[in-house]
Design a protein around this ligand. Structure first.
Ligand code: AMP
Ligand code: ZN
Length: 134
């Protein structure tokens, strides 16, 4: 898609630090990393978010995420790992080309990736969600 920065990065039109590439995906280093080794999986085809992504491509993206998590953990010796995938402005998405964040975590690391206050599941939420999905 014209004017999409991730289309240009994924397809090599703008050079970038690349950790992996195949016919469908490129894995690049995030320009503003949360931690050392923070990378992004980008499909070469443009889909704005997970809702637009074909299921088979989504599956392959997450298989690649699993593989990259293993490789990064082995190479960097990190102590934990976050996969983050934002969809929509409300969810924190800022670049509207599907991507998966690969975020190595380190013992004693100060930077928090995702945090929310844990509160018990309200009965009415449970009932409503179960009813709407049944
Ligand atoms: P999100 O908020 O999930 O849409 O994440 C967008 C991510 O893209 C952020 O972590 C940015 O740091 C990263 N980003 C934006 N522009 C570039 C770029 N030119 N190269 C690499 N990463 C980028
Ligand atoms: Zn794009």
């Amino acid at each position: 898609m014209a004017d999409c920065i991730f289309c240009m990065l994924a397809n090599g039109e703008i050079p970038t630090a690349t950790l992996y590439e195949d016919g469908e995906f490129r894995v690049i280093m995030d320009a503003n990393p949360a931690t050392k080794g923070h990378c992004l999986i980008l499909p070469k085809a443009h889909y704005a978010n997970i809702y637009e992504m074909p299921e088979d491509l989504t599956g392959r993206a997450f298989v690649l995420a699993k593989r990259m998590a293993g490789r990064l953990t082995e190479a960097l010796g990190c102590d934990g790992f976050n996969l983050v995938q934002n969809n929509g402005e409300e969810a924190g998405q800022t670049v509207f080309h599907f991507h998966i964040h690969l975020i190595p975590r380190y013992k004693g690391g100060e930077r928090i990736v995702a945090n929310w206050t844990q509160t018990p599941l309200p009965e009415e939420w449970k009932d409503e969600v179960l009813a709407k999905l049944s």
